[in-house]
Ligand binder design. Structure first.
Ligand SMILES: [Zn+2]
Length: 496
């Protein structure tokens, strides 16, 4: 267990809740929600149910997003901020936990019963203790208002893997189902719930002595990052990455400001901002992908632990997740790469036909050799929503009992024009040598004062985003387009 837990005696929680049982004309099991004051048929044991459900689902979420980021000093600091905020909530005695996800995505999650997770990607973007407090307070708002206690999160977690399973079995229906439910997760809070979480969050922040203005200002940073991410993927601004915080928490700056306005009566004397202390605590924080989970560098995917690499076709933006590496092109082609155990098959061709694509008849099944590695490939056609799709499966036999798998799904009308690119990717799969393994190091945030001669361009050079480096540097350092820093200003840089 990485995070501190403050476990309240059972009686305390139940006592707090029964004190709030509303005027429901004596209906059995009718309790007021302590944070919102709304009544509902929750049942007196429902908070305990929240805790139990959260405790079961939370490890699944942590696993799906890369496990926890283990750095005691930073973890203790985040826990301290979280505890300071939830102490001012309606349910201060829940067994709160504030985990840091080892993931470069920018998001935060709350589970019923007090389990809260915040990604290291989000921590890299934040620039003060008050900004992190604003995120934790907002999540605590969801917990206290008991949003998502209907098990949405659980359903989604089961389905993060479902889309992949659907692809793997060639079942279009399964695939569609997986996508639908994943989208459901990302819109799992309604705008009303968001406003409620903001209203509560602003109150908790103010009572805990943090500047509530950090809430709209950090939301603005997260929105800028989201827009930058969209333009990096060649999408229009506002097209939100399905894994980021703008998707799962559909908030607008205007409504956060509304929540803040509503809390105007909450005067905070000498509010905590905590910029220097916060920046000190994230000095050395891992940035972008963790090499232990494989790295995307441009079009290349490289996994030093597994000692393999491949190159995606031009125009594909690769995304690395704990389950797989996936990439999309702008014209609707998809690539999914993963690894799976071989059960009984005695050859890769047998594996393709009888295990991976057991429910589909593969055409043009053949054995191939790729950079000295035995492989097999086959193809089929499925019907997608937007017409027929060609599916090509490739399995590589690097280790006994395991198949590395590459799957291409292309709209049938594009198959001809993409075939050379997909073939090049198929044949780019390779083992990597010691020198290439040694060359892969994680990137880290370093906090440093700027010196005479430094410019945005020069300090942004070591970021991994090519022509988007300067934009990224500005987002990380709250610099507007065209704005320069002063000599001696403290900035975040990224070093390899
Ligand atoms: Zn939210």
């Amino acid at each position: 267990m990485i995070c501190e837990q403050v476990t309240a005696p059972h009686q305390t929680r139940r006592g707090a809740l029964s004190a709030l049982v509303c005027g429901c004309l004596g209906l059995a099991g009718c309790a007021a929600n302590p944070a919102t004051g709304k009544s509902g048929l929750l049942g007196l044991s429902s908070i305990d149910d929240d805790v139990r459900i959260g405790a079961t689902q939370f490890p699944e979420l942590v696993k799906a997003f890369g496990g926890t980021y283990n750095q005691d000093r930073l973890q203790n600091y985040i826990t301290k901020i979280g505890q300071r905020v939830v102490a001012k909530s309606e349910l201060p005695d829940l067994p709160y936990e504030f985990a840091i996800l080892n993931s470069p995505i920018i998001n935060a999650f709350a589970f019923p019963g007090g389990k809260i997770a915040i990604s290291r990607g989000l921590l890299a973007l934040a620039s003060s203790e008050a900004e992190v407090a604003s995120v934790l307070a907002h999540e605590a708002g969801h917990v206290n208002a008991r949003h998502g206690a209907q098990g949405q999160n659980r359903q989604v977690l089961a389905n993060i893997g479902l889309a992949i399973l659907g692809i793997a079995t060639g079942s279009n229906e399964l695939m569609q189902l997986g996508q639908t439910v994943t989208q459901g997760f990302l819109q799992s809070y309604s705008r009303d719930q968001e406003l409620e979480a903001d209203t509560l969050g602003v109150r908790y922040m103010a009572h805990a002595g943090y500047d509530p203005a950090a809430s709209p200002s950090f939301l603005a940073s997260m929105r800028e990052q989201s827009q930058l991410d969209a333009s990096m993927r060649g999408l229009p601004p506002g097209d939100v990455d399905q894994y980021n915080i703008m998707a799962s928490h559909p908030r607008t700056i205007e409504r956060v400001q509304q929540a803040q306005e509503a809390g105007r009566g909450l005067v905070v004397q000498n509010p905590t901002v905590g910029r220097a202390e916060y920046l000190d605590s994230i000095n050395g924080l891992m940035f972008a992908d963790d090499p232990a989970q494989g790295l995307v560098r441009g079009r290349k995917f490289i996994h030093p632990g597994l000692r393999i690499a491949f190159d995606a076709p031009e125009g594909f933006l690769l995304r690395n997740s704990p389950e797989n590496v996936s990439g999309q092109s702008r014209n609707g082609a998809t690539l999914v790469f993963d690894r799976a155990p071989i059960q009984r098959a005695r050859s890769l061709a047998e594996y393709l036909q009888y295990e991976w694509a057991a429910n589909t008849r593969l055409l043009a099944l053949e054995n191939i050799t790729v950079n000295g590695i035995a492989a097999a490939t086959g193809a089929t056609r499925i019907n997608g929503n937007n017409g027929p799709m060609d599916v090509r499966l490739v399995a590589y036999g690097v280790e006994r009992g395991q198949a590395y798998r590459m799957l291409f799904i292309t709209p049938a009308r594009l198959s001809q024009s993409l075939s050379a690119d997909l073939r090049a990717t198929t044949y780019s799969f390779r083992r990597i040598d010691d020198a290439e393994v040694a060359s892969v190091k994680p990137l880290r945030i370093v906090i440093t004062p700027t010196r005479a001669g430094d410019t945005v361009a020069s300090l942004a050079r070591s970021l991994p985003y090519g022509r988007f480096n300067e934009d990224w540097f500005r987002v990380l350092n709250d610099l507007q387009p065209g704005q320069e820093f002063k000599v001696g200003d403290t900035v975040k840089i990224v070093v390899g």
